[in-house]
Design a binder for this molecule. Structure first.
Ligand SMILES: [Fe+2]
Ligand SMILES: [Fe+2]
Length: 342
């Protein structure tokens, strides 16, 4: 049976809020091909996005009555498509599907570690991009929380997954890549320090993943500004932990341990962090873990105004120049975790 094709036209979807199109009110969301598996009941319409002058044209590739077969998925990859699109109407179906797909891939003993890492990393970064655009969406938040559980379970059952996941990292310091990089390193570090898989670590994982969600409340120009911030801009930027707590408190499955990480991931044991200038033992281990992971990702990411350090250079710098700011045990554990493998 053939695939029903239809054309639908709309303006280009902006990468950031607001998601607005002029196609009879339809809104399209990106669905990376890496999140789409074959023969898993893809019960939503899938569109190809074709760039045209002044916008993008959406062409129906597969309607919800038809599954994404191996052949159809292979065709997409062969043709160089990395992202397809779904409508707002199908967002719930798509999010349910990606959780099923990730669960199935991660549970399969036959699937190579690299493939598991790819689907987990690409799916979580895509979901975090959605969350920065729509931080108030319960279903997007919930699906992101599921990815935290997958990450915790995955690293608990196979610690070697950490290096595999790190090899997938994109170091562009975009909010969504940064969030997932920090969460992955933080969960790995927590295991190394002695945390066990369970509800506490999962809640901490929520804090790690959503640590910068408050930046979604700040002007895009400020968040993306290359180079140094003015003192006034710095004050505004440093309000993101409080914005994050305001966004995440009273949300389902967000407990105080998670909110504590969101509020205090910029505290330093020297007392020179923010927002509350906590010092010494007031800075708890989860706060120390997130601070170390956060700085590592900042140092190793490409920024328009500075070159990225290698992992080795960043760890050396942290160990030598930040020993009064950061937890020495965390840095040592990080070096054992990411340093040369024996
Ligand atoms: Fe932050
Ligand atoms: Fe951060």
């Amino acid at each position: 049976m053939g695939i029903p094709f239809a054309l639908s036209l709309c303006m280009q979807v902006p990468d950031i809020r607001p998601l607005v199109t002029l196609n009879e009110g339809a809104r399209f969301h990106p669905a990376p091909v890496a999140t789409l598996r074959s023969d898993l009941g893809a019960d939503f319409d899938l569109y190809l996005g074709v760039k045209v002058p002044g916008g993008r044209r959406y062409v129906l590739y597969k309607s919800r009555e038809y599954d994404l077969t191996k052949e159809r998925r292979r065709y997409l990859i062969e043709q160089g498509f990395t992202t397809l699109y779904i409508t707002e109407e199908d967002l719930h179906r798509y999010l349910g599907y990606v959780d099923r797909a990730v669960s199935k891939v991660l549970a399969s003993e036959a699937t190579p570690r690299s493939e598991k890492s790819e689907i987990l990393y690409r799916t979580t970064t895509s979901l975090m991009k959605h969350l920065f655009e729509r931080p108030d969406s319960p279903v997007i938040l919930h699906t992101n929380q599921k990815m935290v559980s997958h990450t915790v379970n995955c690293l608990a059952s196979d610690p070697r997954m950490l290096r595999s996941l790190v090899s997938m990292f994109v170091f562009d310091y975009s909010l969504y890549h940064h969030s997932v990089n920090v969460a992955t390193i933080s969960v790995g570090l927590a295991f190394k320090i002695g945390y066990a898989a369970g509800p506490e670590l999962t809640q901490l994982g929520h804090g790690f993943l959503f640590h910068d969600i408050g930046k979604s409340c700040l002007p895009t120009g400020l968040v993306r500004k290359p180079g140094a911030l003015t003192p006034t801009e710095m004050v505004e930027m440093q309000s993101h932990p409080q914005h994050g707590v305001l966004l995440m408190q009273d949300r389902e499955n967000m407990e105080s341990t998670a909110l504590d990480v969101i509020l205090h991931h910029h505290e330093k044991i020297s007392g020179r962090g923010y927002p509350h200038n906590l010092s010494g033992n007031e800075v708890t281990m989860p706060m120390r873990i997130s601070a170390v992971a956060d700085i590592l990702d900042a140092l190793t990411s490409n920024r328009s105004y500075k070159a990225a350090l290698t992992g080795f250079e960043a760890l050396k710098l942290m160990q030598e120049q930040m020993k009064y700011e950061l937890d020495g045990d965390c840095i040592a554990a990080l070096i054992r975790l990411l340093g040369p493998s024996r």
